[in-house]
Design a protein around this ligand. Structure first.
Ligand SMILES: C[S@@+](CC[C@H](N)C(=O)[O-])C[C@H]1O[C@@H](n2cnc3c(N)ncnc32)[C@H](O)[C@@H]1O
Length: 306
């Protein structure tokens, strides 16, 4: 068995690709797609912008991003098997497949320049990061200042009744159902409960949000969904003093007046993707231009979260 969390994820997901979507929905009692819809609704992006979806798996979040916002997406995953399924799925669903590019890479070392993206999503990545602060820093690195990141993962319900039911489900229900499906799902069924508990104990929402803040996300917040079975968290990449100073200098050099937007210095073109040409990708656009204003862009803090 692999010694690292990312190595364990590699083993777990290798056999799941073809059946992942069907059983992920079934085993989450249909909540899984709802959580992804909520995750995507947090991103204030529009058709001219490019979002990075990390741990994209079979492409469910990427497809939802295109459906909700019309943005372009670069999906990254370390599993060739999950990406193969994503290619099939995206090919079958999308007329304009150039909206979504897929890249095989690890979240630990993203093959993109700094400040390349207008937004970032990651569903079920957090528990597989071997070094969470370093992983979050790498996600923040590829976002332009002012861009939003939204991440979700499973969580342990707070109320004692919901937690009791959850315990029974992850300890007995999931392994049993997994065994009935396939050896691969049996393995996942046995793995998930402990993985979620371990993560919840080590990274409770307050500590997770502090880690977000530490790597440069401003006003990070989190929200629990489905009685606490899911946690969605994230924030905006802060605009640093250096960005503000360089923008002020640029503005005065160009003879411009007025406050202007401080998001401009972080603007970058869409990132080159391994094995593909830069021309294939759309240009990243500065926030606000073409960006859809989304109501209540980030959830208000929940009970235990700040
Ligand atoms: C439960 S699946 C979720 C897939 C997708 N986000 C979704 O919502 O359906 C977790 C995915 O994370 C990927 N993954 C885990 N650790 C990773 C890492 N360090 N770098 C890139 N991908 C990773 C796995 O290969 C797998 O496809």
């Amino acid at each position: 068995m692999a010694e690292t969390l990312s190595g364990r994820a590699r083993e777990l997901f290798a056999p799941l690709g073809p059946t992942y979507d069907r059983y992920a929905r079934l085993l989450s009692f249909g909540q899984d797609p709802r959580w992804r819809r909520f995750l995507v609704s947090r991103l204030p992006v529009g058709p001219d912008e490019t979002v990075l979806d990390v741990a994209c798996g079979t492409g469910a979040v990427a497809l939802e991003l295109v459906r909700q916002t019309g943005c372009s997406v670069v999906g990254v995953d370390q599993s060739p098997e999950m990406l193969a399924e994503a290619r099939k799925r995206i090919g079958a669903r999308l007329i304009k497949t150039e909206r979504i590019r897929l890249v095989e890479a690890s979240a630990r070392e993203l093959p993109f320049e700094d400040a390349s993206f207008d937004g970032l999503t990651a569903a079920y990545l957090l528990r597989y990061l071997d070094d969470l602060p370093a992983g979050l820093a790498e996600l923040a690195r590829v976002l332009r200042p002012g861009a939003t990141a939204a991440l979700l993962d499973f969580s342990v319900p707070q109320s004692s009744l919901a937690r009791q039911a959850w315990n029974v489900y992850v300890d007995a229900g999931l392994p049993t159902l997994g065994r009935a499906i396939s050896p691969g799902w049996h393995e996942v069924g046995r793995f998930l409960g402990e993985s979620i508990r371990r993560f919840d104990a080590e990274w409770p929402p307050e500590r997770l949000l502090a880690a977000f803040r530490e790597v440069g996300f401003e006003s990070p917040s989190a929200r629990r969904l489905s009685l606490g079975g899911c946690l969605v968290g994230g924030g905006l990449v802060g605009v640093t003093d250096r960005d503000q100073v360089s923008h002020a200098l640029l503005t005065s050099l160009l003879g411009l007046t007025g406050s202007g937007t401080v998001q401009q210095p972080g603007r970058r073109r869409a990132p080159p993707v391994a094995g593909e040409t830069r021309e294939n990708l759309r240009s990243a656009r500065v926030a606000g231009r073409g960006g859809r204003p989304r109501s209540g862009a980030w959830p208000t803090a929940c009970g235990r979260c700040s």
